[in-house]
Write a protein that binds this ligand. Structure first.
Ligand SMILES: [Zn+2]
Ligand SMILES: [Zn+2]
Length: 265
């Protein structure tokens, strides 16, 4: 019954024991096996003791180039998503996000992008959009509940630092740092891993080690580089407050997103 396109309540938040009971149910493991099967051999094993499939649905993920439909599965401990090859049958490009490190924030409606929220983690952060306001609120409340339960169980504090949400390519025709270089097929767009701005090559020719994102130094813009290098981790200044501001709250949260179709930069 949870397998409709929309995410329906599987458990009443007041009934905390429900998840524990489901964890041992055969129906639950069968459902998880089906999801595992849909990702095929390239996917990770998903059936583990104690894991519960809370719900699933299609969400629009804001990618570097444009918004794209992705299939999401919410488990009690992880959020899994992938590209839809055949609806309800075959998915690929599996991504697994441990919920313990997830923070979510609502995103104000803007144009065609409605019912959205940010999924922020230390390694990557991105915006997703549901079809309806009801679906959005169900997703958000279920994710919050799962994260809260995990933190309560582990006794850990919520994750403080998040990767930057990448500003989509289409939002910048000019470099967002120097405001001079116009992007063309020869003058390519790059993304700063620290602030998520779309910047030109000369404004992002430096790399800096951001251990939560990669074991190797990653591309950062000139502004962030100076901040990182001088303060060994930032001066507390918002890297996005100097030259660029948006009306909505969509990108005001500092955070990141690697992109499925083009993860180069
Ligand atoms: Zn520039
Ligand atoms: Zn930057």
């Amino acid at each position: 019954m949870i397998f409709s396109l929309s995410l329906l309540s599987l458990f009443d938040p007041g009934e905390a024991k429900m998840v524990d009971r489901l964890a041992n149910s055969e129906a639950n493991s069968k459902r998880i096996q089906v999801v595992e099967g849909c990702f095929g051999a390239a996917g990770q094993p998903l059936v583990i003791p104690g894991r519960v499939l809370i719900g699933e649905g299609v969400l629009t993920k804001l990618c570097r180039k444009k918004p794209k439909a992705r299939q999401f599965f919410l488990f009690n401990d992880i959020l899994v998503y992938g590209n839809i090859v055949i609806q309800k049958k075959k998915y690929n490009k599996q991504h697994i996000i441990p919920l313990e490190s997830v923070t979510i924030n609502t995103v104000a409606d803007e144009g065609d992008l409605r019912n959205g929220w940010l999924i922020k983690t230390p390694t990557k952060s991105f915006a997703v959009y549901a079809a309806t306001a009801t679906e959005k609120s169900e997703w958000m409340s279920h994710i919050s509940k799962c994260v809260g339960d995990l933190l309560e169980k582990s006794g850990k504090a919520p994750t403080g630092e998040h990767a930057a949400v990448w500003i989509p390519d289409s939002e910048a025709t000019l470099c967002m740092r120097c405001q001079k270089i116009k992007f063309t097929p020869l003058s390519r767009r790059h993304h700063c891993r620290k602030c998520g701005y779309v910047v030109c090559g000369p404004c992002s020719d430096k790399k800096f080690l951001l251990p939560s994102q990669s074991s190797k130094p990653v591309r950062v813009c000139e502004f962030c580089y100076l901040q990182l290098a001088s303060a060994g981790g930032g001066t507390g200044l918002d890297p996005r407050s100097d030259s660029y501001s948006r009306s909505g709250s969509k990108y005001n949260n500092v955070s990141d997103d690697e992109d499925e179709e083009d993860s180069s930069d």
